[in-house]
Ligand binder design. Structure first.
Ligand SMILES: Cc1cc2nc3c(=O)[nH]c(=O)nc-3n(C[C@H](O)[C@H](O)[C@H](O)COP(=O)(O)OP(=O)(O)OC[C@H]3O[C@@H](n4cnc5c(N)ncnc54)[C@H](O)[C@@H]3O)c2cc1C
Length: 445
C-alpha cells in the first residue's frame, strides 16, 4: 500500500481501492483524461479530492478562473472516495474546551462558525448540483462508552449551548437506545446538524460541477517533479509538463515527502480503517443501530459507525501505523471485536468489505489554508485529522478566495498559518505507536 512517508508518489492511474463505496457508486462522470503534451496554465491544482475539486469549482464559478486539476490516480482516489461518510460540523480534532483555553472564546466561536458554514457549503453544492449522494436525514451522536464519561458530555452540551448558542442536547441512556441499542451506551451528546451520505458520489458530483463551470480534471497525472522559477512552476507528469503561474496543493494526507521540500514534515499521515458487514436481519438491526445517524464514541482512539441504506453496518477507527502493516488482518479483527462488544447480537457476523486510507494530522490537530511562504503564488489546505468531509469542501472555497486576492477569508488566525513541522521527524511513528498503546490502555481501563 502507498505510504506517503516512504514512497515518492501515490502511483499513476491506480483504480480506486476496493470498497463498498466503489461497488455502489455507479459510473464515474466524464473527465479530461491524463495530461498529454506540454501546457501553460494560470492555475494548477495538485490533488483531485474534495479540497482540489472544490477549489476548482469555486475558482471557476465565483472568480472566473479556469483551473486545471492534476490527480495521480482516479479522482477521489484518496480520502475523499473512501471515508466514513459523515458530513458534519467538524474540522480537525481539538475539543471545544481546549480550543477556548488555547485560542480564546472569540476565536473558538469564529472557528465553530466556519465549521457551520462548511456544512452549509456542502449542502449548497449538493443542492446546486442536484448531487444524488444518498444523503440521509440529519443526526449526530457522540456516545458515552462508560458511565464516567456522561459528566464530560454534559459539560460539552453546556459549552455548545452557552458559548456557541448552538442547540446540542444530552440524551440519557434510555433515549440513546432508540438509535443505538446494545452495550457501551450510557448517554450521548446529540448534535442536530450533520448527515451520512455516499462519499464517492459526492466527490464525483463536485467533479461534474467543476468541469461544467470550466475547470479541467486530469486523472492519471501524478506530479513527479516540481521546479519553480520567476515565471512560474514547472510540474512534470508522465504525459507532459504543466507550467503554472499559480499552484494549489491539495494532496493532504497523501502528500509524499518528495513532492516539494517546502511542504515536507508538516502533516503526519495516519491510517484509518473501515469494515462493512453483510446486510443485517431485522432483529440484528433493532438490536444494534435502529436509526441511520452518524455515531462516534468517547474513546481517545474513537470508533465511528453508521447503518448503511441496505442495512449493513460501516464501522471504522484508527489502525496500522505504517503502510507495510496496513493489510495485517489483526486490524480488521480489532475493529470487528470492537463492533461486537458494542452490539453483541452481531457476534460472528460476516464482513463483506475492509479498506483504509491516510488522514492528515498536523502538529496542533487543526486544519489550515495558507499561502506558502518562500514560494511564489503557492497555496495549500488540509490537516483535517479525519474530520474533513465538509471542511475540505469549505477549504477549497477559501483557497479559491485567497487565490482571487482575499489574503485572509476567515477571521480564524490559526487557519491561515502554516502548521509547525513535527519535531523529531525520524521518530514520528515510534511516538505514534507509543501514543496508541497508551490510549488503548486508557480506553480499556
Ligand atoms: C477511512 C477514512 C474515514 C474517514 N471518515 C470521515 C468522516 O466520516 N467524516 C469526515 O468528515 N472525514 C472523514 N475522513 C477524512 C476525509 O475523508 C478527508 O478529510 C477529506 O476527504 C480530505 O480531502 P482532500 O481532498 O483534502 O484529500 P484526499 O481526498 O486524500 O485527496 C488527495 C489526493 O491527492 C492525490 N495526490 C497525492 N500526491 C499527488 C501528486 N504528486 N500528484 C497528483 N496527485 C496527487 C492523491 O491521489 C489523492 O487523490 C475519513 C478519512 C478516511 C481515510
Amino acid at each position: 500500500m502507498y505510504d506517503p512517508l516512504v514512497d515518492s508518489t501515490p502511483g499513476r492511474s491506480q483504480p480506486h481501492t476496493p470498497s463498498y463505496w466503489v461497488d455502489t457508486a455507479g459510473a464515474a462522470p466524464p473527465d479530461d483524461g491524463p495530461v498529454q503534451g506540454n501546457h501553460e496554465v494560470d492555475v494548477a491544482i495538485i490533488g483531485g479530492g474534495y479540497t482540489g475539486l472544490s477549489s476548482a469549482y469555486h475558482l471557476a464559478r465565483e472568480h472566473g478562473i479556469k483551473a486545471v486539476v492534476l490527480e495521480a490516480n482516479q479522482t477521489a482516489w484518496g480520502c475523499s472516495g473512501r471515508n466514513g461518510s459523515f458530513a458534519r460540523i467538524s474540522g480537525g480534532r481539538v475539543p471545544l474546551a481546549t480550543l477556548v483555553e488555547k485560542y480564546g472564546r472569540d476565536t473558538a466561536r469564529a472557528f465553530f462558525a466556519e465549521m457551520q458554514q462548511a456544512l452549509q457549503t456542502t449542502r449548497d453544492l449538493i443542492d446546486i448540483g442536484e448531487i444524488d449522494c444518498d444523503k440521509q436525514p440529519d443526526g449526530v451522536f457522540k456516545v458515552a462508552i462508560k458511565p464516567e464519561h456522561v459528566a464530560g458530555l454534559k459539560r460539552e452540551v453546556e459549552m455548545y449551548n452557552g458559548l456557541l448558542n448552538y442547540p446540542a442536547r444530552f440524551v440519557d441512556a434510555a433515549g440513546v437506545q432508540q438509535v443505538h441499542a446494545g452495550a457501551e451506551s450510557y448517554g450521548a451528546l446529540n448534535l442536530p446538524d450533520g448527515f451520512c451520505m455516499h462519499p464517492l458520489k459526492l466527490a464525483w458530483g463536485i467533479q461534474r460541477l467543476a468541469r461544467e463551470a470550466g475547470a479541467k480534471v486530469h486523472p492519471g497525472s501524478p506530479v513527479t517533479e516540481w521546479t519553480s522559477a520567476a515565471g512560474g512552476h514547472r510540474l512534470v507528469t508522465p504525459g507532459g509538463v504543466v507550467t503554472a503561474r499559480r499552484v494549489i496543493v491539495a494532496t493532504n494526507g497523501y502528500t509524499s515527502r518528495k513532492l516539494n521540500p517546502v511542504l515536507t514534515g508538516r502533516i503526519l499521515p495516519v491510517h484509518s480503517q473501515i469494515i462493512v458487514t453483510r446486510p443485517l436481519t431485522a432483529e440484528e438491526k433493532v438490536n444494534s443501530l435502529p436509526g441511520g445517524d452518524c455515531m462516534f464514541d468517547t474513546r481517545n482512539l474513537l470508533f465511528y459507525y453508521r447503518r448503511l441504506p441496505d442495512d449493513r453496518i460501516l464501522f471504522g477507527g484508527r489502525s496500522a501505523v505504517n503502510g507495510r502493516d496496513a493489510e495485517n488482518p489483526v486490524h480488521r479483527q480489532r475493529l470487528l471485536d470492537a463492533l461486537c462488544r458494542k452490539f453483541p447480537v452481531l457476534k460472528g457476523v460476516q464482513l463483506d468489505y475492509n479498506w483504509g486510507g491516510w488522514v492528515a494530522v498536523t502538529n496542533n490537530s487543526l486544519p489550515h489554508c495558507y499561502q506558502v511562504s518562500g514560494m511564489q503564488n503557492v497555496y495549500t489546505g488540509g490537516g483535517y485529522a479525519g474530520s474533513g468531509v465538509s471542511f475540505s469542501i469549505q477549504t477549497g472555497k477559501r483557497l479559491a478566495q485567497m487565490l482571487a486576492g482575499d489574503a485572509r477569508p476567515t477571521p480564524v488566525p490559526f487557519l491561515h498559518e502554516a502548521p509547525k513541522p513535527f519535531p523529531l521527524q525520524s521518530f514520528l511513528r515510534v511516538g505514534q505507536r507509543m501514543a496508541y498503546a497508551w490510549y488503548r490502555f486508557k480506553d480499556a481501563e
